[in-house]
Design a protein around this ligand. Structure first.
Ligand code: PHE
Ligand code: NA
Length: 453
């Protein structure tokens, strides 16, 4: 590693940081609503299969590339391409990855802003007043209030900027080691409460008994995209964490823990949300507001609900923050390699994502309510938010995964990769290489083709 690359103090610190980057809104907010919009169990099944067969191997690949490269993602790709006698143009996909990260942040910051609004709401003791109707109303009001959205989104971006500007070790390690386990504990409480008081039978059936006849190619692509999104893979962000992982730590083991923790949190979120959905006659395909309507309903009847609800949204905010770091950090690192100070680099990233975030805020509102067309011009029924989230899941992340699988599975010398992984072959390694060389490209190609037709 280069002398200025701030390594984590131990393997465990890396695991916590990588878990922090993985576990976020993608698990608690996006997974339940995406599952709900895509019909439940069939989506969940494809998501889990995609996770094991494709997304987890890409995660490992990004850590390998990042730790070998010991630099920002574009620079890590360029260095190793040149080392293998290939074009330095390999930095270009890395640069696109940085840009894609800012697009992720553009909506991530808005949703994270919702958690802040809910913290302030819960802190005033107002969860206990919720009914199914007022909970929906509260969410609709928030989504329609440009000033509120702008305020909370701006605050979230400032918080992220502050942490990234402070530097890796101090900021991330401290936040993640305490808050992620706390979020997990609260989620488990919520699941128990939801299963006991809600419609547990229907929720479990909805999530875990797949009816594959309802599965469409578009849903399958969305499910695989969700597997990428939730692990933060496909845009190079995990490479950054790889660059900080001590050389003697096992990449397979560390990655396995991250994938397991991330998956557990997503499934817990699903189990907390859907019993409440069915018990209250809510629409499972209600969209991005699902968690923000259902969980407050649980808090409204739960003993101590106002306190627990406030804490829950606070932990979710921290989880979002530790994921958002993974979106600015690579940009700041890349700019730092070009002599831009860490603070300035982070500010550039923050400003870019803030600008893009405005488009999301206004697409929730103005385009729909005030545009004479009633929608984003040219794309009927599609907001900027819809465009970005769908574009990421169904196009950008799969393409990113293809590029990464090619790089780690075919461009890098097998010997070099084995050394990095600390293995001399073995079943796990053979599965991993097979996934990169064959499963990922074939699966992505089939999904793209079938969706085209
Ligand atoms: N994995 C994060 C989540 O689940 C989202 C994310 C995606 C973060 C891509 C960084 C990069 O919330
Ligand atoms: Na995640």
């Amino acid at each position: 590693a280069s002398s200025n690359s701030p390594q984590f103090s131990s393997r465990f610190a890396f695991i916590f940081a990588a878990v922090g980057a993985a576990v976020g809104l993608g698990n608690v907010w996006k997974f339940p609503y995406a599952a709900g919009e895509n019909g439940g169990a069939a989506f969940v099944a494809v998501y889990l299969i995609g996770l094991v067969l494709v997304a987890a191997p890409i995660f490992v690949a990004e850590v390998v590339i990042g730790r070998r490269g010991a630099a920002s993602p574009p620079e890590a790709l360029r260095r190793q391409a040149v080392e293998h006698g290939k074009s330095k143009g390999w930095r270009i996909p890395g640069l696109f990855g940085l840009l894609a990260g800012l697009f992720v942040m553009s909506f991530y910051s808005v949703i994270a802003g919702w958690t802040l609004d809910y913290i302030s709401f819960g802190a005033r003791g107002m969860f206990s007043s919720f009914t199914a109707e007022t909970a929906s109303q509260h969410f609709d009001d928030l989504k329609a209030s440009v000033p509120r959205l702008l305020f909370w989104q701006g605050l979230f971006i400032l918080a992220t900027l502050g942490i990234v500007a402070m530097g890796v070790k101090k900021g991330i390690e401290r936040a993640v080691t305490v808050m992620t386990p706390a979020l997990g504990v609260l989620l488990i409480l919520l699941v128990i409460y939801a299963l006991a008081t809600g419609d547990a039978g229907r929720a479990i059936e909805y999530l875990f008994r797949p009816d594959f006849s309802k599965l469409t190619p578009d849903m399958a692509l969305a499910a695989v995209g969700q597997a990428f999104f939730t692990l933060s893979v496909g845009i190079g962000g995990v490479m950054m964490y790889g660059a900080y992982l001590p050389k003697d730590a096992s990449i397979f083991r560390a990655s396995g823990m991250v994938v397991a923790a991330d998956t557990a949190v997503a499934l817990l979120a699903g189990l907390a949300v859907f019993p409440i959905v069915f018990a209250n006659g809510l629409d499972p395909s209600g969209g991005p507001g699902l968690v923000f309507v259902t969980l407050p309903l649980a808090f409204s009847t739960m003993p101590g609900g106002d306190i627990l609800g406030t804490l829950f949204f606070f932990f979710l905010f921290i989880a979002a923050l530790t994921s958002a770091i993974a979106l600015y950090e690579p940009v700041a690192a890349w700019l730092a390699e070009r002599g831009v100070s860490r603070i300035k680099g982070t500010m550039i990233a923050a400003f870019g994502s803030w600008l893009l975030g405005l488009l999301n805020i206004f697409s929730f509102n103005l385009w729909k309510d005030f545009s004479p067309l009633g929608f984003l011009p040219g794309l009927e029924g599609m907001t900027f938010f819809g465009l970005i989230t769908n574009g990421l899941d169904k196009l950008i992340l799969p393409i990113g995964a293809l590029i990464i699988s090619w790089f780690a599975g075919r461009l890098l010398a097998r010997k070099a990769v084995m050394t990095e992984l600390g293995v001399e072959g073995g079943l796990l390694f053979r599965f991993w290489i097979f996934s990169l060389r064959w499963i990922t490209p074939v699966a992505v190609a089939i999904l793209f083709l079938v969706n085209l037709i």
